[in-house]
Design a protein around this ligand. Sequence first.
Ligand code: SF4
Length: 430
Amino acid sequence: MSKTNKIELITLGCSKNTVDSERLMSQLKANNFEFVDSSDDADSIIINTCGFIDAAKEESVNTILEAIELKKQGKIKKVVVAGCLSERYMDDLKKEIPDVDSFFGTEKYEEIVKDFGGQFSYDLLGERLVTTPKHYAYLKISEGCDNPCSFCAIPLMRGGHVSKPMDMLLDEASRLADKGVKELIIIGQDTTDYGKDISGKRNLSELLERLSNLKGIEWIRLLYAYPSHFPDDVIDTLANNPKVLKYVDMPLQHISDNVLKSMRRGITKRRTKELLYKLKEQVPGITLRTTFISGYPAETEKDFLELCDFVKDIQFDRFGVFNYSVEENTPSYILSDPISADEKEARRAELMKIQSEISLEKNRNYVGKTMNCIVDDIENDFYIARSERDAPEVDGEVLIKAENKLLKLGEFYPIEIIDCNEYDLFGKIK
Ligand code: SF4
């Protein structure tokens, strides 16, 4: 069987890269290219890279080198590198890995299609080849970021904040709904900034309301909110629109005023707590997810203990911690990297330990309750489902023993929770 026109597209990094890959795939598919899951069946490999922090950069470079090795062995003909890493380090990569056939930055769909000898189609702009389970999809509502966070290289790779026009997003979302998508996961670098560059004011809540009117869309989940300008009307939408899940992912990065100031987060400890209390009060039962950085250069032992007290006080439902990665050309680069890798890891582990105890307590509250869950997959005699509290890939799951009951993937079911551990819930069909 000939391998011509068969591409393995490897997507690294975040869900925004997933959306970029899906957009590129629909264009290449329209030019008779086929996508395969393994390089064994491929003629070409496209790597959509991540350039966020050291670990991600390393993974991207290793993936490129593996593809080049296959090319040297004559197993594949073409290697194309795109995305954040090549946006940020294109000249270095061209010098260091000359065997790559072509390098592209972020969102260079037209150039890549032409590089494969194809025709780019503007009619397909809202079209995506969904790579997530068919019943949920990410909706990237903006690109880039205007926030000045001192540690972050994303604006260097993705530029300033650009909202995607609302009618284009509604078109994209309704095409996804037509394909069976029931859950839309709203992403961007800063979703709360949506609309300010188009209509002069932030109108994320209007977008959420209009998306919730689309036929077939049942769940809308908000990720990547920014604390310093969280719109009040979004809180109303979270509280009152049954299709907009009572769930917010809002990376806070830290809480001590000393560190928040050095990080240029544009918010204080007092205002952060006010916002969190307001969300909890006005949206009862809300699920709060956040992210912190451990070992930021200006973080003292006292700052770290303050952060530990804060997470014990607020009781987040979900959080992740990244160890600080010193990134050239970011404002905090001049602070160097005074906290050792071991110390960063020790602080990260301490925070995760505190959180696992909180998470277990919170999960215990759901035992005996019935939750509306969507079934994502089946694995080792268990159906993998998620409740309103669980974003895919980053949060816990609801596991249901696949006894003799046949559950359909992508369908909602009332699940009675019978047990839990610190991350997952165990349930049975009600
Ligand atoms: S909000 Fe801050 S951390 Fe997030 S992408 Fe923008 S600059 Fe980076």
